[in-house]
Design a protein around this ligand. Structure first.
Ligand code: MN
Ligand code: MN
Length: 307
């Protein structure tokens, strides 16, 4: 009797990212996908723990060829899906340690890492692991929020509002090559932005972005990053909640889906060495609109890695 043939329908079969083989050991692969189903440090609506699975499911809709970047990442890259980090919901330090161990294991091979969150606290251990390998990192941080608060709760240095403050303190980020883009919304006061800017990061608020052209913004990003090893952290709330409602801390007046695609495509040729995509909260999503966007953004990240 013939072996059953997998017909390839997007709704059939087991959902690894893009149907990549599930392998714990990424040795020999170009890119590893890693899920971090952790949302215990969200400050408003939780649910990002369901992000990795939802993004994987919607990734099955992705056709193989990127017509703008003109590459076929699933064919050109050896891609593996390493599954999810074994998180510890009530313990952020233990969870971060698990993330660091998983990231170190992957980065000890030649594979680049694309992580699906999870809330934004997970970027800190990911930045630690990448900085251990590459030194202080150039950073592109897409977000409605600067995430540079000193603490959101008394005596709690780690949460989804503090990862970049800690990363700067730990020397993980190259201050001469750091951009935050899409920042907007009401805050406690002007110091929430000036504190971020004082850390050394170039902040392109949504207000500034709206007054410029996208090619102009892309030119600035490319000039700032140069050839440095660049880590990209994308909080889905940088996109307007009309396009990405499935997130924990929505802010109105954000980027369109198309604008975030354009900005990521503008990183083509930059020395991108790692990515995370965080804060997708499927319980607040509608028709999978947010996780479909997230899957497509991950596809653009992968496309950047096809040199
Ligand atoms: Mn964030
Ligand atoms: Mn945010």
């Amino acid at each position: 009797m013939a072996e059953p043939v997998f017909a390839g329908q997007p709704y059939a079969g087991i959902a690894t990212f893009g149907r990549a083989p599930h392998r714990i050991d990424p040795s020999g692969a170009d890119v590893a996908i890693l899920g971090v189903p952790y949302d215990s440090s969200t400050s408003y609506r939780a649910g990002a723990r369901f992000g990795p699975r939802a993004i994987r499911e919607q990734s099955l809709l992705l056709w193989g060829y990127n017509n703008v970047q003109q590459v076929a990442p699933f064919r050109s890259l050896e891609l593996v899906d390493c599954g999810d980090v074994d998180v510890v919901p009530p313990d952020i330090r233990a969870t971060h340690l698990q993330i660091e161990l998983a990231a170190d294991r992957i980065l000890s091979t030649d594979a680049k890492l694309l992580t699906l969150g999870g809330d934004h606290s997970i970027s800190l251990p990911l930045l630690r692991a990448h900085a251990r390998k590459y030194g202080p990192l150039a950073l592109v941080h897409f977000d409605a929020h600067p995430d540079t608060w000193d603490s959101e709760y008394p005596n709690q240095p780690y949460s989804h509002g503090t990862p970049f403050k800690r990363a700067f303190e730990e020397g993980l980020i190259d201050k001469s090559a750091c951009l935050q883009l899409g920042i907007r919304g009401p805050t406690n006061g002007p110091q929430d932005y000036t504190d971020a800017i004082d850390l050394g990061c170039r902040m392109i608020t949504l207000e500034e972005f709206r007054g410029r052209t996208i090619p102009d913004v892309i030119r600035e990003m490319r000039t700032t990053l140069g050839t440095r090893p660049t880590y990209v952290s994308l909080d889905i709330d940088v996109v307007d909640p009309a396009f990405a409602p499935g997130t924990g801390t929505p802010e109105v007046g954000g980027l369109t889906s198309y604008e975030i695609l354009q900005l990521i495509r503008g990183l083509r040729g930059v020395n991108t060495i790692g990515f995370d995509l965080v804060e997708v909260s499927p319980p607040y999503d509608h028709s999978g609109i947010t996780s479909i966007l997230a899957a497509n953004l991950a596809f653009e990240f992968l496309s950047l890695l096809v040199r």
